[in-house]
Design a protein around this ligand. Structure first.
Ligand code: F6P
Length: 323
């Protein structure tokens, strides 16, 4: 093999740059040329590729985001878009691609692989909802950002005896909400995986005050049926009966923009290096992820066919710890 490409796709995640750097430098170490695709699958379809040297990826390991740029690309979901992507790879003499991203990106990686292109996926999404990796690039840093916000909100909540609703990211998965709720000492956690009645949230907050707490913190996942907007509207509508003054903070993309911490830099570096190692061994059509503490491959066919379950025992633990 002489030339490979690397791309980042979907929502950016802190640590993506560390993964790019690792792919480039370990690829160069194999004696290959490494090209970067700009703006994910959109750039691939447009043929927006640039050669990367070791110096081009210098000074990026500590940066959030992705120096290659990323995109959500509906065109890549079409046969025509994928055919165009393959044509661009052939035109640039690219023999294999490393695709850094989450569920949508790995579905694209699987499709490319089915069309005969050697592909290795690298598990990266702050949502931590990707099968094939117990923890994905960006989760740890995103959690730290959420926790910093929760800790600060708890301080002002305690000063005023107020209740706060904090919405974290997670379109279909409550991992960030549940873990930041547990680590931040929330009184209630609302996630998409568990149908939650707003009356139960109100009862939990009331009970917390009755037990002598000075604050009420509810962490909500954006994808929950009652997300921050829904819960706030419900509490407002029933304000007199519930008797709560509820403030809302939506963290949103703040969680994605942080500089990667040590865990994410190391995970991303190990995954990026594993991706080129597998390619060098002629192995592709796989995702590299962290399983039982080790970097392991999982066939992309398995990754796209399975959903990663959330450990619902932790939901119960969050309730107990809120005592
Ligand atoms: O998949 C990562 C994620 O941050 C989700 O938590 C969130 O729902 C989504 O991306 C937001 O996507 P976008 O940045 O395209 O608005």
């Amino acid at each position: 093999m002489e030339r490979i490409a690397v791309l980042t796709s979907g929502g950016d995640a802190p640590g993506m740059n560390a993964a790019i750097r690792a792919v480039v430098r370990t690829g160069l170490d194999q004696g290959w040329e490494v090209w970067g695709v700009r703006h994910g699958y959109t750039g691939l379809i447009a043929g927006d590729l640039i050669p990367l040297g070791a110096r081009d990826v210098g000074g990026i390991i500590q940066q959030g985001g992705t120096v290659l740029g990323s995109a959500r690309c509906p065109e890549f979901e079409t046969e025509a878009g994928r055919m165009m992507a393959l044509r661009m790879l052939a035109e640039h003499d690219i023999e294999a691609v490393v695709i850094i991203g989450g569920n949508g990106s790995q579905a694209g990686a699987h499709a490319l692989s089915q069309m005969g292109c050697p592909v290795v996926g690298v598990a990266s999404t702050i949502d931590n909802d990707l099968y094939g990796s117990e923890i994905t690039i960006g989760v740890d840093t995103a959690l730290d950002i959420a926790l910093e916000a929760i800790d600060r909100l708890k301080v002002t909540a305690s000063s005023h005896h107020r209740a706060f609703l904090i919405e974290v990211m997670g379109r279909e998965c409550g991992y960030l909400a549940l873990m930041s709720g547990i680590a931040g000492g929330a009184e209630a956690v609302v996630i998409p995986e568990v149908e939650t009645d707003p009356e139960v949230v109100a009862a939990d907050l009331r009970a917390a005050y009755e037990r002598g707490k000075a604050h009420g913190i509810v962490v909500v996942a954006e994808g929950a049926r009652y997300n921050a907007e829904g819960l706030a509207a419900y509490f407002q509508e029933h304000h007199e009966r519930l008797g709560f003054d509820l403030r809302v903070t939506t963290l949103g993309h703040v969680q994605r923009g942080g500089a990667p911490g040590a865990f994410d830099r190391l995970l991303a570096t190990r995954l990026g290096a594993a991706a080129t190692r597998h390619l060098a061994q002629g192995e592709h059509g796989i995702l590299v992820g962290l399983l039982k503490g080790e970097i392991k491959p999982t066939p992309l066919s398995e990754v796209v066919a399975n959903k990663k379950p959330l450990d619902l025992e932790l939901v119960q633990l969050a309730r107990v710890l809120a005592e």
